[in-house]
Design a protein around this ligand. Structure first.
Ligand SMILES: *[C@@H]1O[C@H](CO)[C@@H](O)[C@H](O)[C@H]1NC(C)=O
Ligand SMILES: *[C@@H]1O[C@H](CO)[C@@H](O)[C@H](O)[C@H]1NC(C)=O
Ligand SMILES: *[C@@H]1O[C@H](CO)[C@@H](O)[C@H](O)[C@H]1NC(C)=O
Length: 837
């Protein structure tokens, strides 16, 4: 009792200190563009005025197409309805350019009504919307109702350019656009990581998409009720068990304090003053959780903001509870009265960063803490779920390739997309270059006793040991001088190209194992004597490899072009090829988890090749012999060295004989000789089955129906009995769900037509999911948590491993590498940059 009154006393005291603080200062956005697209005059919505987009400085588009539609079929009656009446239609890539007066975070709100507009049926329009740095939106599977998509991005340049890009022959459209400044403190840099693997800082630079914004226990709020013109929806429909929850409202109890973290811009009083709490009406002592479930798209991280404000308690320290996001503790024994400076009614929020979502739903729960068994209760006032851009900077899956494939419709579109993707690429490359320079610098320091790269301006001298190595010739066009290595150093490292140190031979030349004087092991690829063609390829290789830096791609350490040599030096991969670990070499067999991790690593490397650069790069020879493992069994894709730049040279590739390795070859590429990233996806599908079954992809010693692994495994996969043919050493060790996911993924990769195959990004996601299923960390789906293992195998199909003497036939150009066991030959090879298709 005494405590209670003391707290009340404090409460009254707090009230008397702060009653005059006024929080009515409204935020005035510096940049405030409200555009009613396709309109001929302004349109007012609530208190805001949207102007027509008939200004040439604002919009650049090929054709001026305004369209109108009828809103009769629309049932909703929101204020913004008039905005959906007119649309701007684009037949080619088009841009809105907004001048930005104050850099920083801005809302981008896009309004779409996919309907019929006079002669345009836009209900199936397929297009993307991007800024200079992020792909924000793709119009797939849109509902037929008007929809507003809200994004917030950090603008760092003087203009914000929104590019609308139709795919193929489709059209793009938009009904209205807002570009509006956001207060700087709305998104702060640091959140709490929900998983140890997550980096939770750097939020300020993230592009965010508002996926859900919910007012717990309260009404819908429209832009007019919110200082930042946001929309909040009620929470009832998201509750898993609505009867366990009850609403509470005390809007007058909300006290924004200037020393508090949350302001009226964080969320309006109607959000903080209403809440959902535990419904303990039957038994006040009962302990349970209140849980909401939201649809999200997997493959992205989410920023989850939980809003709390204790307007329900009558005293301090009685409401102590936990909050969960996807079963992970998001707030532990939270006590809003202490968190908010020992006062009731002071709003605050908590930002949480999730790991990459693997499930299509995200759950948020609240429940009492163990510290408070006497009066169990828990509250939540508001919730925002924001999708974070992926590592490509995008908010839609696989955007790199989406934008590129759209180039087919018109040259101009392709070019503009190319440019916008190029900007993203350039940013990525700039980052890579930075990392690379740092890495090189470290390397150079470490190896200064061994060799010294030649100086940038003069290829014939070097800084300290120049005189010793000054007899080199110059390759003036090669751009990455930092990588140059003197010939004598290469000689030293390879014991003067000792034939017994050869670890592989390919069309381009020999690969030697080498060791620098500091003990660093390297693989040294020495090209055959120079030809014009070879020289061009050598240069391109250096350029490409120094740009393509990724932990899952084998990396370039240096090159040597002295004395007409063409030598490339790569990191040495201790554990050799993936193939060597699967069969035929007597190495100990890998566990399922190790295999999944290797597949995931290589998928990452390939995904990066496909999407990490302005143009997709196609590997063309994906196979287990080209996936190398370091001492920790981390997978790196090798043999990605050769790419083409000019269109003339690309022409030669059209006529080049089909390259690749028999058994892995995409049948569509074989038929049409047209390369796409999906050819790599096909080959990767074969690798997946190879990893699962641990047998050669072509084994002529087997009965006919078993010779080709892809065909044979697909047959069992389609029967749903893949477990019959798996590597016997895995028997009983794979969880059925993990195997199912893995089998389905491999099957999709092997679809006859490239268009039906998943992107490498999708493959990656599915493999990660298969790993999660194996480790049974996927929550909320009891079916997935089965602990049954695949039973012992029927002996019938498992004898082939013994016959696996690996007599692999290959197509021209594939060389001897498959026969040489742990080789990493052909580090140069058949890689081309794909032209916009
Ligand atoms: C939202 O604002 C409108 C107009 O001022 C008002 O009539 C309505 O009551 C407000 N709604 C809420 C939930 O505050
Ligand atoms: C509430 O949810 C969390 C996370 O899912 C769980 O660990 C906890 O046991 C639940 N509590 C109750 C009482 O069900
Ligand atoms: C979002 O994109 C930026 C680059 O624009 C990048 O630095 C950041 O890491 C990305 N976020 C995530 C979660 O990958």
């Amino acid at each position: 009792m005494t405590d209670y009154w003391r707290n009340i006393g404090f409460f009254i005291c707090v009230l008397s200190i702060f009653p005059l603080v006024c929080f009515c200062a409204t935020f005035v956005p510096v940049d405030n563009y409200l555009i009613d697209c396709g309109a001929t005059a302004s349109t007012s919505v609530g208190t805001r005025n949207f102007i027509a987009d008939n200004n040439k400085d604002l919009l650049s588009t090929q054709e001026d197409i305004l369209a109108t539609t009828s809103l009769k079929s629309v049932t909703s009656s929101s204020d913004d309805l008039p905005l959906y009446q007119t649309a701007r239609v684009f037949t080619g890539s088009s841009k809105y350019t907004f001048k930005i007066k104050q850099k920083g975070r801005h809302w981008i709100r896009l309004y779409f009504f996919p309907s019929t507009y006079e002669k345009y049926n836009l209900s199936a329009a397929d297009f993307t919307v991007s800024t200079q740095n992020h792909v924000l939106f793709r119009s797939l599977n849109m509902q037929k109702d008007p929809v507003m998509k809200e994004y917030s991005v950090n603008v760092t340049s003087d203009t914000l350019v929104l590019t609308f890009t139709p795919s193929g022959n489709s059209t793009a459209f938009v009904n209205a656009i807002e570009v509006v400044s956001v207060p700087d403190d709305l998104i702060v840099d640091d959140g709490f990581a929900l998983d140890p693997s997550v980096t939770s800082s750097g939020l300020v630079t993230q592009a965010l998409e508002t996926v859900w914004r919910v007012n717990m226990g309260g009404p819908t709020l429209t832009p007019i009720n919110d200082t930042l013109q946001r929309t909040w929806v009620p929470d009832q429909s998201f509750l898993l068990e609505p009867n366990l929850a009850s609403n509470f409202s005390n809007i007058k109890g909300v006290k924004y304090e200037n020393r508090g973290q949350a302001t009226e811009n964080t969320a309006p009083p109607t959000v903080y003053g209403t809440l959902t709490q535990m419904n303990s009406s039957n038994d006040p002592r009962s302990i349970f959780n209140v849980t909401w479930q939201f649809d999200v798209s997997p493959g992205f991280q989410y920023l989850v903001r939980l809003h709390f404000c204790d307007v329900v308690s009558k005293a301090l320290n009685v409401l102590i509870f936990n909050a969960y996001v996807d079963s992970k503790l998001a707030a532990s024994s939270a006590d809003p009265s202490t968190t908010s400076n020992n006062a009731l009614g002071v709003p605050y929020y908590r930002d949480l960063v999730t790991a990459v979502a693997v499930s299509k739903t995200l759950r948020v729960g609240i429940g009492p803490s163990d510290l408070n068994k006497d009066y169990p209760n828990a509250i939540l006032n508001g919730l925002e779920i924001m999708k974070m851009n992926n590592s490509m900077g995008n908010l839609i899956p696989g955007a790199g390739s989406v934008a590129i494939t759209s180039g087919s419709s018109s040259k101009k579109t392709g070019m503009i997309v190319g440019v916008s993707v190029g900007v993203v690429g350039a940013v990525v490359l700039a980052g890579l270059f930075f990392v690379l320079c740092r890495k090189r610098r470290r390397l150079v320091q470490r190896q200064s006793k061994t060799w010294v790269p030649l100086s940038i301006n003069d290829g014939t001298t070097s800084h300290t040991m120049g005189s010793k190595y000054s007899n080199g010739t110059t390759l003036s066009a090669a751009s990455n001088f930092e990588y140059r290595v003197p010939f004598v150093a290469v000689q030293e490292a390879t014991n003067n190209f000792d034939e017994s140190w050869v670890i592989g031979i390919g069309g381009f030349g020999k690969v030697y194992k080498g060791e620098l004087s500091d003990g660093t092991k390297v693989a040294v690829k020495r090209g055959n004597p120079r030809s014009q063609q070879g020289l061009a390829e050598f240069r391109t290789e250096i350029e490409m490899l120094s740009q393509f830096r990724h932990r899952h791609l084998v990396s370039l350490i240096g090159y040597c072009d002295e004395r007409n040599e063409m030598i490339l030096i790569y990191e040495y991969m201790e554990k050799g090829t993936l193939k060597g670990h699967l069969y035929g070499s007597g190495l100990p067999s890998l566990s399922w988890k190790e295999r999944l991790e290797i597949c995931i690593g290589s998928a990452r490397g390939l995904h990066y090749l496909h999407t990490g650069y302005a143009k997709a790069v196609i590997h063309r020879d994906v196979k287990s012999a080209n996936i190398l493992l370091d001492e920790n069994l981390m997978a790196k894709v090798a043999d990605f060295g050769l790419s083409k730049t000019g269109p003339e040279i690309d022409q030669t590739h059209v006529s080049t004989a089909v390259k690749g390795s028999f058994g892995y070859l995409d049948p569509e590429y074989f038929r049409r000789q047209q390369l796409t990233e999906k050819s790599d996806v096909y080959s990767f599908g074969v690798v997946l089955f190879e990893v699962l079954c641990a047998r050669p992809v072509i084994d002529p010693t087997l009965p006919r129906e078993m010779v080709n692994l892809a065909e044979w495994a697909l047959k069992w996969q389609k029967k749903g009995q893949l477990e019959q043919i798996i590597d016997q050493t895995l028997a009983g060790k794979i969880r059925p769900d993990s195997l199912r996911k893995f089998g389905e993924t491999a099957e999709k990769c092997l679809a006859d037509y490239g268009v039906d195959r998943p992107s490498m990004g999708d493959v990656l996601w599915n493999l990660e999911y298969a790993l999660q299923l194996q480790e049974a960390v996927v929550q909320g789906d009891p079916e997935e948590n089965s602990t049954n293992m695949i039973g012992e195998l029927s002996p019938q199909v498992n004898n082939f491993n013994q016959d696996a003497s690996a007599s692999v036939t290959q197509f021209a150009g594939s060389g001897l590498d498959d026969l040489s066991g742990v080789s990493m030959s052909r580090v140069f090879s058949q890689l081309v940059k794909s032209e916009g298709r």
